[in-house]
Ligand binder design. Sequence first.
Ligand code: HEM
Length: 408
Amino acid sequence: MSTDNVVRPPFTLAEFLDSWDEESPQRAFSELARGDLRRRPDDGTEVLASRAEIVEFLRHPAVRATDGVHYNMGAQRPLIPLDLDGDRHRFYRRLLDPLFSPRNVAYLESRIRTRTSALIDEFIEAGEAELMEALCGPLPSLIFIDLLGLPLEDLPVFLDFKEAVVRPHGATLAEQREYMNRAGQVTYDYLVSELARRRAKPSTDDLIGGFLTTTVDGRTLTDEEIVDICYLLVIAGIDTVTSSLSCQLAWLAKHPAERARIVADESLLGRAVEEIQRFESPVPLAHRWVAEDITINGRAFAAGTTVEVLWAAANVDPANFDDPLTVDFDRPHNNHVGFAAGPHRCLGTNLARLELRVALSEFHRRIPDYRIAPGNTVVWINYGVRAALSLPIVFTPDRFAPRNGGSQ
Ligand code: HEM
């Protein structure tokens, strides 16, 4: 991830608060969740930050995922399913949800472990590493290539594209849009030619194979639909996991007592991952559009209004979570919305959870004891997604732990 030449207007209302802190933004988000501040001071955008209000708002059929004119991140057509609403959106979710069920992503578990272990091999002898570069960046991209069944040498196409759309270059919004459009065109061209290749030589044991054969309401997908789905998956499924893994490892590096608990008892890992996701909220917000005048919980939203929906605030909302600024692996009811809420809740939740749990399991098996490298600090970014852009650690490897989950 790079931050060069990037123009950054405040990404979220939370940045306008005195309590805003790049390293620990949770306090500012928690303040917003109380609902005292409801509009951005720069452009007047309406903001929703309380968990209950967000959930209620997203249930309303007049709440749309786009303004119907502009599409996300360099796309020439609506992203499927993110830019669709109502019946069309439901149609694609019925088709896609089964492909991302826990059962259908489980086959990737051993691959995730092998890939994690191979990346660790590259730095374990050194006793130090910059984890964004050495692990968090490459791992989700490699898994993505495995998932879609693409050639490994095509990886740079996706890395360049997702970097361009998540952090576009350009001094103005128009320049940034143009930059994203150029990157988007390269990806469309790649996906069109890859699909032609795959139709000529069909196989069903990966996701593209699944797209080519799955049917809903008696029909299969067209090439254009498959391209529009894959285009979104590149945007939604790589950087989010990279950022989450970096947040998880940064938090665990700074909290040795809690880390020792998961090293001693791996059955805690699933809950620990969820709780750190709640606290860190690597995807902090989304935007929604209101198609007609509506009132939610006594608050009016006029037709045409854009709304900033703050998952990161909902996740530290004191009205919903006891002691929200404490990370508690034993929290009894962790109903966080880090994977969104409402119709557009994350399609890849099961895969993301699997990637995080298996990568962290393998990492702690081989490197149970680590800390931020003395004299260094973690460099945070909170623009687009929250991530530890630079995560330098030192550690004592467990030299007796077998490589690759003990299977090699
Ligand atoms: C820890 C990692 C992840 C996090 C935190 C995350 C979070 C989210 C959030 C907050 C949304 C809602 C976006 C919005 O409303 O604008 C979303 C939607 C989505 N995510 Fe994820 N995501 C993650 C990983 C993945 C993965 C691995 C995939 C697939 C490979 C994926 C695919 C999608 C798709 C397709 C949508 C759109 C769903 C729809 O519009 O119906 N995500 N995700």
